[in-house]
Design a protein around this ligand. Sequence first.
Ligand SMILES: [Zn+2]
Length: 436
Amino acid sequence: MSSTSTLTVRLKRLSDPALVESTRVAVRKERNATTEVLHHFIDVENRRLYADRHSSLYAWAMEELGYTEGAALRRMNSSRILRRHPHLEQTIESGKICLTQLSYVRHFFRQEKKHGKPYSLEQERELLTAIEGQSTRKTLRYLTERSSAPEKLSPKNDTRPAKNGKTELRLILNQEAMIDLNRLKELWSHAVPDGDLAEIIARAAKVTLEKIDPIKKAERSIQRKEKKVDRRLAKHAASQKKQQDIAQIDQHPAVQQKVNLPAAPKAQHPSELDMRHSSNVTSSATSMVALDTSTRVLDSAIPASAASSLASDTTTTNVSATSNATASAGGRQSSLPIIFSMEIFDEVDPETGERQICLPLLWHTRYIPADVKHAVWIRDGGQCTYIDRDGRCCSSRHQLEFEHVIPFAHGGENTGDNIRILCRCHNSLMADQVFG
Ligand SMILES: [Zn+2]
């Protein structure tokens, strides 16, 4: 006989008072088991044991432990509250506070912190004491009265499957969002005459994604470059054709006889002239920018007097420095830490006899060029590329970050080979493995 059948038989034989008492014992065991689960969650999170296969504790609780979304969220939030307030263990086991309340409270604390009103440990304890013994509805009302963003406290937006592969979405919008949505209805009133909100939201999502999705941006960038190359090739071909036509006309016997002039010097290809001119200008401008930038970086890292003495030194000088100073690159201000090494050569040009100062700078900055980012987004498919020990790819698309395979601090470069996409969880995991 199975244990369930045995239990059923045993319960049927109990008297009414004994059955009630037995139920109390079972509930006590259930609450004890709940706090035990929460303690397990705390330790699993502390050791990041979920990270080898999942992008978050929440995902691990659903996929490994089989909890539903809501159950996983309640346990994760409650475990984080319990970690800060261990005395709650008895409160939970006594039934004075439940996981739903703790989940609301955790959400409330996060919202207040986000709005610049973080709760101290003592304030948190007072609030937790105040909601003991209250229903979840009363708890929500209590929190709403004290919230900086009451509209964000209600249960999370809900989705559920609907007919024909559609999804039912339950939304709570604040006033501002509703005004924006109504404005979109006005703007798209020709395309969506009935103002169907589902259609408006779908269109808004498409337009926004077209603008902010890094993969779409990367694809647009590549297309722009391809068109630019095509235009240049077409222009070059047209120019060559024109030169050939002119040469043919010039060499025609009739023209040679008609225009009795000495042979013209060989025409220089216009594109060659342009390129040479352009090359000179570019080279000069690059030098100026490099010199200007290096001066500004030197200003922040090395005293002006030291820099000028280095520049006027007639011998080759090697300088290495690390700076957290704000540097300007391409006209944009960046506060990224910059590591640079520099060699200064002070030479005399053998042809002109003029002194030349060369400042070849080897930049080492965290700034990843847009071209590299675009290529990495497309190569990695816009998802986390972490592979666990069983060879499974994380594939998370949540909170993605760029990671240096050879860490930046170890000299890793900002090249496509050395950059990959990881979710925040796995980026932190890799950083822990490298730096401890
Ligand atoms: Zn990941």
